[in-house]
Design a protein around this ligand. Sequence first.
Ligand code: UTP
Length: 238
Amino acid sequence: MKVVVSIGGSVLAPDLDSPRVSAYADVVETLVDDGCRVAAVVGGGGVARDYIGAARALGANEIELDQLGIDVTRLNARLLIAALGEGVATAPATDYEEAGEILRNDDVCVMGGVAPAQTTDAVSAAVAEYVGADLLVYATSVPGVYSDDPNEVADAEQYPQLSAAELVDVIAGLEMNAGSSAPVDLLAAKIIQRAGTRSIVLDGTKPERVLDAVRYGDHDGTDIVPEAAGDDLTYWAE
Ligand code: UTP
C-alpha cells in the first residue's frame, strides 16, 4: 500500500521538540515495517509564518515570500529525515518526479514545498496523484473538516465523511470567509477530486492517530471518499 502523510509544520515541530519529531519518525517506520511505501510531506508551521512576516515587512514580494516558506518546509523535512534511520532518502525531494523515483526505489520520501503560489497541502495531493497513492492522510492541528471555522462559529459541524466534490464545495465556501482557515486548501481539494484519491483529514497532534487511521481506518477525523473509490475499505486490515 502506498501512503502519503501530510504533516503540518505546527503538528511536527510546534516548538522544535525533538521527541515529537521522533514520534512521527516512529510512525513512518512502523508503516514501512507493515509493508507500506511512504511519502511524508512536511509543512512550515509558525516558523514559516514568522519568516514570511518579517520578510514581508522588509519589502519582499509574494514569490520571494513563498520561496522563503519553501525553504522552511524543507528545514522541517530535514528534521524528520534526521529522525529516520536507514531507508530514507537523505535530502528532501524537490519535485514530484524525484519523489516518485525515491518511492520506486523502496525508500521513504520526505519533502516540503516544491514551487511558489501553493502550500504543502497541494504538494501532498499532487504527490499522491503522481505515485498513485492508495491513501492520503492530512495530519493537521484541527480534528477534521467542518461546515464552518469551529474557532469562529459555535455550531460548526464536523463532517465524518465527504465525497471529493463535497470537499471542494465545503472548502470553497470556507475560503470565501475572510480570515477563516480551512484544514486543507482548495487546490489540494481539487487535485484530490481530479485524482480520486482516498483521503483522511485528522487531528495529528498525537502521531499514533495517523498509524491507527492507516492501519485500521480508525480515526475521529473526516474521510474523503471520492466517487470513483467506491465503498471498498477492506485494504485497511491487510
Ligand atoms: P505550508 O504548507 O506549511 O503552509 O507552507 P500552511 O498550510 O500555511 O502551514 P501549516 O504548516 O499547515 O501550518 C508554508 C509556506 O511556504 C510556501 C507558502 O508561502 C506557504 O504559505 N510554499 C509551500 C510554497 O510557496 N509552495 C509550496 O509548494 C509549499
